[in-house]
Design a protein around this ligand. Structure first.
Ligand code: PEP
Ligand code: CO
Length: 451
């Protein structure tokens, strides 16, 4: 355990982005209840993810971190979870096949509820309301009553996370993720599209490769890695009371793990070096991510690495740049150089979504597929120039046929946005755009001479 750290030590530091719970007693009761519940994940699983991420930091694997901006209490069903998994599995197959390295799959799922906000209030018509902070805190309905933070929602988020994770485990270990079913992961609305057909071709090649392996005498039937996959969970560790309630001491190692998810990350708005979020996460044994925006300085990043990973454990720290398509190349390069020179073994991941968001003429928040690709391109260029490995991507997507991001193979326009704009927070890629992106990323990395 790091010096001076305990699961509650964050309480002595300023914690930004915390809701104003109306009643401390109610909050305490909810947190005590969660603290009495079983952990959602085990320390050993978090360590497995850390080992997989160590391979990413060494340039031998690729990270695909993907899922909702914010999970919803209303849109909670087996269908929704399965469709999200399908697109993640498809993207992972495209990346693995094209890059020739394993893809480490981490969902923004089973706990990704809480949202940081740029402003604590928002205007709806003439009404000034407390901002919506995710279903784990309040309800997006634009009335003052709906926006009051409700601690019972913390408990509901725990239960929804538990059943989501249960289904993720069943799907990934129970046959759905079997590589012989690569064709079956294609959804109808994807299958007919150009990127869907491209995927079908690749799936056929995988079938052929499996037949070839069997013909050569490889026992594919009894090779578990061909029949099941690991999909890990992650979310932004924003509500520190909730995270503390799920932080447990590992009986094997004695270390403390935040058992609300395998991986936790610190957002762009909560990464103060003297703040509560960094204080809390520096002490848990899970692999940790931290978002870094375009204005991030070399000094800050070096200090961050030192605080979150003083022992320089590979896989412990993932730096997720979200700098904007125009800025990423020049803003990232000095950071790549400094961190490499300092000998810190980080995973570098690209979030090409959060600094490319704008409000369209229809008033809906959106992102353009071309900007998303451009940010990844700048990210890959920066790595090529500095001789470092572009380790992964961090994206917001859903398996549904939503119309939230512009462009892509369908060339969605501003007029299309309100057809199926269903997100409770930021605009997500739909399944076709996600698949398209995986092909695009693989091409960018390969054409840069990496694979
Ligand atoms: C997010 O990942 O949904 C998010 C709010 O990102 P950031 O902290 O990078 O703005
Ligand atoms: Co988001």
């Amino acid at each position: 355990m790091p010096t001076g750290w305990s699961p509650t030590s964050w309480r002595a530091f300023p914690a930004v982005q915390q809701p104003e719970w109306p009643d401390e007693g109610d909050l305490d009761r909810a947190l005590k209840q969660i603290a009495s519940y079983p952990p959602l994940v085990f320390a050993g699983e978090a360590r497995s993810l850390q080992s997989a991420l160590a391979q990413v930091s060494a340039g031998n694997a690729f990270l695909l971190q993907a899922g909702d901006c914010a999970e919803s209490f209303d849109d909670f069903s087996a269908n929704n979870i399965r469709e999200k998994l399908r697109v993640i599995l498809q993207m992972a197959v495209v990346l693995t096949y094209s890059l020739g390295v394993p893809t480490v799959k981490v969902g923004r799922i089973a706990g990704q509820f809480a949202k940081p906000r740029s402003s604590s209030t928002e205007k709806v018509g003439d009404l000034e309301l407390p901002s919506f902070r995710g279903h784990i805190v309040n309800d997006p309905t634009p009335t003052p009553a709906a926006r009051i933070p409700d601690p019972d929602r913390l408990v509901q988020a725990y239960h929804q996370s538990a059943s989501t994770l249960n289904l993720v485990r069943a799907f990934t270990k129970g046959g759905f993720a079997d590589l012989s079913r690569v064709h079956a992961w294609t959804q109808e609305f994807v299958g007919t599209s150009p990127e869907g057909q491209r995927y079908e071709q690749l799936a056929t090649e995988i079938d052929r490769a499996l037949r070839f392996m069997r013909a050569c005498g490889v026992d594919t039937e009894n090779t578990s890695s061909l029949h099941e996959v690991d999909v890990y969970t992650s979310h932004e560790a924003l509500l520190l009371g909730y995270e503390e309630a799920l932080t447990r001491q590992d009986s094997l190692t004695g270390g403390w793990y935040d058992c609300s998810a395998h991986m936790l990350w610190i957002g762009e708005r909560t990464r103060q070096l003297d703040g509560a979020h960094i204080e809390f996460l520096r002490g848990v044994g899970n692999p940790i991510g931290c978002k870094i925006g375009a204005s991030t300085s070399v000094d800050f990043v070096l200090e961050l690495c030192q605080v979150l990973n003083p022992a320089r454990v590979p896989g412990r720290l993932t730096l997720i740049s979200r700098m904007g398509a125009d800025k990423v190349e020049s803003a990232l390069r000095p950071l790549l150089r400094a961190v490499t020179d300092a000998g810190h073994p980080v995973v570098w991941a690209c979030d090409p979504m959060h600094a490319n968001t704008f409000t369209s003429s229809s008033g809906l928040k959106t992102r353009h597929f071309d900007d998303i690709i451009r940010e990844i391109s700048g990210f890959v260029n920066a790595h090529r120039a500095e001789g470092t490995w572009p380790g992964g991507i961090h994206v917001e997507l859903t398996g549904d046929n939503v119309t939230e991001c512009l462009g892509g193979a369908d060339d969605l326009t501003v007029e299309d946005l309100d057809h199926r704009y269903q997100t409770v927070c930021d605009p997500r890629l739909n399944a076709r755009q996600g698949l398209d992106l995986a092909f695009g990323v693989a091409e960018l990395i390969r054409s840069s001479g990496f694979a």
